[in-house]
Design a protein around this ligand. Structure first.
Ligand code: PEP
Ligand code: MG
Length: 545
């Protein structure tokens, strides 16, 4: 039995066999081939195997997510049959007498470079595909299985996970998540919480010391990973998991109950979501609405932006499923750790403070306008509200409102039904908090994004795991800004919510109630725990914070 320390990302206990997720390979070295014809044979076999994998993935995606999501595997299959590409790989093996892996890698890079230089955005996006396809062929040549696919429920272990990679994990086979690197404040961490899966990061374990199938315990209550536990530890863990089940069952008794303190103060408890698939969890946990739909996840893990039509169907589906409950759609918040290559080209020195969110939307109406129109159209079908991220000035709100007027006009001209929804902004920069008195006059509500507000107030990159110890989520400066925003909002007659991770911190529930926060929006799995905290709070009693 071995025990490794880590940091809790989402609290809980899980036990099961380990599945090590292989990171994308590093570069392959140039190695001379001993026998060129044997190398050609290896290449042909790998190409055939990669093609079969893509067909299976295509069928699976068609069944599970439909045409849109499946198309990518078809494109990859076509690239794999591209004669220019294949001939170039074969030619390199013949001419340079190198191993097939190296020839595939170099040819992939060469073709990606050619695609990148093309004018057409669609062709530019093929660059990433050719790299992906080449990676698949290299893995097949090396006899490695494709990442992110496994069969039995398991504790997954990875070096690090990006938000896109976290989204690819199959929730039905996930018992726990362990990463060697990654900040507890990252979006990958937030997604693990949304999945309701015990998760640890910053675990000092060597993946090559472990093997698939080894028994592991994710104990994020005590911040540790245990491998090959002894009998006694396994028995104790089974008891902990049973208790976890019981306490979850206990919380179920709060379904249908009000979010009201013992002295009669009420607050709304909403849920944060990243996709339509999260709606069942929102309904099961009896959230009062959706306080934050991170719409950018719709734009990630693909090569082109979803069309207005595709977005309209998603937003309409969410609005319908939530019936008359409020659904706050946050417009695109791409940037920093949430990347979509077709939208942001080139590396930035400082992406958290870079070209992101509303800044991209205002510069690239080709992405923003279809989203705005899709939201306005879907608003006809339910209680939709819209919210804009990363605002720092009144001028930005004016510019956004101009886009709304333009979208309205275009829809009117085409005779398409629409409704202008309630509009709010996220307060997640100190600039927005400090001028919240002026901003409040321009919109209908504020939602405080404490994750970024803390990052920018403390000047601590939320992605940098070396700084986790300095990231003081309870810093006085952040609380002062929150109080200022609530007061300014209320003075101007608008409601104020919090949708950052701090909203779920039950040591702060009494404080948020005391300062008059109107709504707290948390991961679906945290709704009932928060309701329990509200229902046991007495604002007439002793002061909290
Ligand atoms: C926040 O910044 O608090 C927030 C809710 O947005 P995100 O975590 O998606 O940046
Ligand atoms: Mg944010």
């Amino acid at each position: 039995m071995q025990c490794f320390k880590g940091k809790s990302v989402y609290e809980g206990t899980a036990m099961g066999p380990i599945k090590i997720l292989k990171k994308k390979e590093g570069p392959v070295d140039r190695v001379v081939a001993e026998n060129v014809s044997a190398e050609m044979e290896r290449l042909e076999k790998a190409l055939q195997y990669a093609g079969e994998q893509l067909q299976i993935l295509h069928r699976k995606a068609l069944d599970e997510v439909g045409r849109q999501g499946a198309d990518i595997f078809e494109v990859h299959g076509m690239l794999l049959q591209d004669e220019d590409y294949l001939e170039s790989v074969r030619e390199m093996i013949r001419r340079e007498n190198v191993k097939a892996e190296y020839a595939v890698q170099e040819t992939g890079r060469k073709f990606a470079g050619l695609f990148e230089e093309m004018e057409d955005a669609y062709m530019q996006a093929r660059a990433a595909d050719i790299i992906d396809v080449s990676g698949r062929v290299i893995r097949c040549l090396q006899g490695k299985e494709t990442s992110y696919e496994w069969n039995e429920p398991a504790v997954v272990l990875a070096e690090e996970l990006s938000p896109g990679e976290t989204m690819q994990l199959d929730k039905t086979k996930l018992l726990g998540i362990v990463t060697k690197r990654g900040s507890v404040n990252s979006h990958a961490a937030i997604l693990a919480g949304m999945m309701n899966i015990p998760a640890l990061t910053d675990v000092a374990v060597q993946t090559d010391e472990l093997q698939d199938g080894m028994m592991a315990i994710v104990d994020s209550v005590n911040n540790r990973l245990i491998t090959e536990p002894d009998e006694e530890t396994m028995r104790a863990t089974e008891i902990a998991i049973q208790k976890q089940r019981e306490s979850r069952a206990h919380l179920q008794e709060l379904i249908g109950k009000d979010n009201i303190t013992t002295d009669g103060t009420r607050i709304n408890i909403f849920a944060n979501i990243g996709s339509v698939e999260d709606i069942p969890a929102v309904l099961e946990n009896d959230a009062g609405g959706i306080g934050l739909f991170r719409s950018e996840f719709l734009f990630m893990g693909r090569d082109t932006a979803p069309s207005e039509e595709e977005q309209f169907h998603v937003y309409k589906q969410i609005a319908r499923q939530m019936k008359d409950k409020k659904v706050i759609i946050r417009t695109l918040d791409i940037g920093a750790d949430k990347q979509a290559d077709y939208m942001i080209q080139g590396k930035e020195e400082n992406p958290a403070m870079g070209y992101r969110a509303i800044r991209i939307c205002l510069k690239k109406p080709e992405f923003f306008m279809p989203q705005i129109k899709a939201i306005l159209r879907a608003a006809v079908y339910g209680n939709i509200a819209v919210m804009y991220p990363m605002i720092i000035s009144c001028e930005e709100i004016t510019a956004v409102k101009d886009c709304i007027i333009k979208a309205e006009k275009e829809l009117q001209d085409m005779n398409i039904p629409y409704r202008i929804p309630e509009q709010g902004i996220m307060i997640e920069t100190p600039a927005a908090a400090l001028i919240s008195d002026e901003l409040a006059e321009m919109i209908d509500f504020f939602c405080i994004g404490t994750n970024d507000l803390t990052q920018y107030t403390l000047a601590i990159d939320r992605q940098n795991d070396k700084l986790d110890d300095f990231y003081d989520a309870h810093h006085k400066a952040v609380f002062r800004l929150i109080e200022m925003v609530v007061q300014n909002g209320h003075n101007k007659g608008i409601w104020v919510g919090i949708c950052g991770e701090l909203a779920a911190d039950i040591s702060l529930t009494e404080y948020f109630l005391r300062i008059g926060v109107d709504e707290l929006s948390v991961a679906p799995s945290a709704v009932l725990k928060l309701r329990a905290a509200v229902r046991t709070t007495d604002l007439h009693g002793s002061r909290g914070y």
